[in-house]
Design a protein around this ligand. Structure first.
Ligand code: RP5
Length: 162
């Protein structure tokens, strides 16, 4: 488990080591705002017990928002939402021959009561998951809210790089 800069407030899980390059994009955004996070590989189908343990322990370890990135039949975000009451942000990844549309549908279409806030596919979604997590944390964190407002005032959203 990699932890970046202090006690983590956001937990990022990805289904495979092969998802890391995209999901590190979320970590970079959190780091820009000074939000500590941890990033782990947990698979809902390959390591279900470890996924459950990580999700169940997250809140008592101080984590406030979970971000899950997975490709294919992407049930990781839903599995985290099943095991934790924390808000879960899902990032569908374009790792299968279906280009991420499969992961998008699997992540977005959760039944009522087990919500997953689903972002866009790939690195846009990973980055926006982090931006959304920052906005969620800023609701009850005046210092972070000030950093968010300063950033919004000084640095309008850039065009997407990819
Ligand atoms: C999913 O299957 C992972 O999230 C990944 O996007 C995809 C492929 O995983 P690997 O076969 O590269 O481990 O579970």
């Amino acid at each position: 488990m990699a932890t970046r800069a202090g006690k983590p407030r956001v937990g990022i899980a990805m289904g495979s080591e092969s998802d890391r390059a995209v999901m590190e994009e979320a970590g970079k955004v959190l780091a820009e705002f000074g939000v500590p996070y941890e990033i782990v590989v947990r698979s809902a189908h390959r390591t279900p017990d470890a996924t459950r343990t990580w999700a169940r322990s997250a809140q008592r370890r101080g984590i406030e928002v979970l971000i899950a990135g997975a490709g294919g039949a992407a049930h990781l975000a839903g599995a985290l939402a099943a095991h934790s009451s924390l808000p879960v942000l899902g990032v569908p990844l374009a790792t299968s021959p279906l280009g991420g549309f499969d992961a998008l549908l699997a992540t977005v279409q959760m039944p009522p009561g087990v919500p997953v806030g689903t972002l866009g596919v790939g690195s846009w979604g990973a980055r926006n998951a982090a931006h959304l997590a920052v906005r969620m944390l800023a609701v009850s964190d005046p210092a972070l809210a000030r950093r968010l407002e300063m950033r919004r005032a000084s640095k309008p959203a850039r065009g997407a790089r990819k």
